[in-house]
Write a protein that binds this ligand. Structure first.
Ligand code: UDP
Length: 325
């Protein structure tokens, strides 16, 4: 089985590459290294079943040739992270929509199944928890750029579902809930690598808002086997599927947990959202997945606890110190 991973030098993409290779499959990745990093894949370059291309999905010819040569496509290339969305909304909206359109067009031409990575951001600011795949989505005004990310990913979902229904394209949409682990950078806002890095360097841990907002974190090593499993599952074809963990924690408790584990001497400070993310920023109070569908489809359950996630991120940054995180 030969797989193409777009965004394969990114955090989740590179773990998926590791996993598929471990399962004996072949992997081709395409990444423009805009948010991904060569460091994430350098340990794979001597593997005969691995090949990489640095470029964009939108570079039509290159991409078409690659699609023709593979059996399955994992479309993970996307603009990620709340901070990037706020700082560079043009790149976020254009990247997300254009690249998915190109992937789907070529996939349908060559008859290759596609997994499209979406996000729990798609649920927007809905407060009807837990979020199940058929739940309503609720967005704020278009003047608040956070929602542009949610809506661009919702358009990606509509595009896939339309190709699936109208043109018979096989594949699946996955909505990922706060996936964390080694190789994730805090540069685009993600909270756990940021808190771990702050504690490691002795800078104050920065809790945004009241810190009473909650999230559910999932280890990337629980996510990647589920991606492959869903691709292989007939009943999953044409569906939207949540992947995550349903154990909630407040950001205050998370900050204390990381402080205790990494550096008990570090200070925890609270910063108003407008100071760090601008005046028009809106956050969600809570986000918890309903995992009924994925349990029924592939018997999924998250195996790794938040303590393991923190430990793994901590060890990664201790060993592979990256000053730019
Ligand atoms: N957050 C925080 N301090 C940081 C970065 C993030 O308090 O330095 C908060 C953020 O406001 C949100 C939560 O942590 O409520 C999760 O943020 P992240 O960007 O990791 O993911 P999100 O769920 O917002 O996509």
């Amino acid at each position: 089985m030969r797989n193409l991973i777009t965004g394969g030098a990114g955090f989740i993409g590179s773990h998926l590459a590791d996993y598929l290779l471990k399962e004996g499959e072949e992997v081709v990745i395409l990444d423009d290294l805009s948010t991904g990093s060569f460091d994430n894949i350098k340990h794979l370059v001597d593997n005969k079943r691995f090949r990489y291309y640095i470029g964009k999905v939108e570079d039509g010819r290159l991409f078409e040739g690659i699609v023709d040569s593979v059996d399955r496509i994992y479309h993970l290339a996307a603009a990620v992270g709340v901070q990037l969305i706020v700082e560079d909304p043009v790149r976020t909206i254009e990247n997300n929509i254009n690249s998915t359109q190109v992937v789907l067009e070529h996939a349908v031409t060559y008859g290759k199944p596609v997994l499209v990575a979406s996000t729990s951001e798609v649920y927007g600011r809905s407060d009807k928890l837990p979020f199940s795949e058929e739940s309503e989505v609720v967005y704020g005004p278009t003047s608040r750029f956070r929602w542009s990310y949610a809506i661009s990913k919702a358009v990606d979902e509509f595009l896939f579902l339309a190709y699936n229904r109208q043109k018979g394209l096989p594949g699946v949409i996955v909505r990922l809930f706060n996936t964390v682990g080694p190789r994730q950078t805090g540069r685009y806002g993600m909270v756990i690598p940021r808190f771990v890095k702050q504690a490691l360097t002795g800078e104050p841990i920065t809790v945004y808002g009241s810190g009473e907002q909650t999230r559910c974190f999932t280890h990337v090593l629980d996510v990647v086997p589920a991606l492959r499993n869903l691709m292989k599952t007939k009943k999953a074809q044409g569906l939207v599927v949540n992947i995550g963990n349903d154990e909630e924690i407040t950001i205050n408790d998370l900050a204390e947990k990381i402080q205790k584990r990494v550096n008990p001497k570090v200070e925890i400070v609270r910063l108003p959202y407008e100071k760090v993310l601008g005046k028009n920023f809106e956050d969600m109070d809570a986000r918890r997945p309903d995992l009924t569908r994925i349990r029924q489809l592939i018997g999924y359950h998250a195996t790794k606890t938040l303590d393991t996630i923190i430990e793994d991120v901590y060890n990664y940054y201790r060993e592979e110190w990256k000053p730019e995180i």
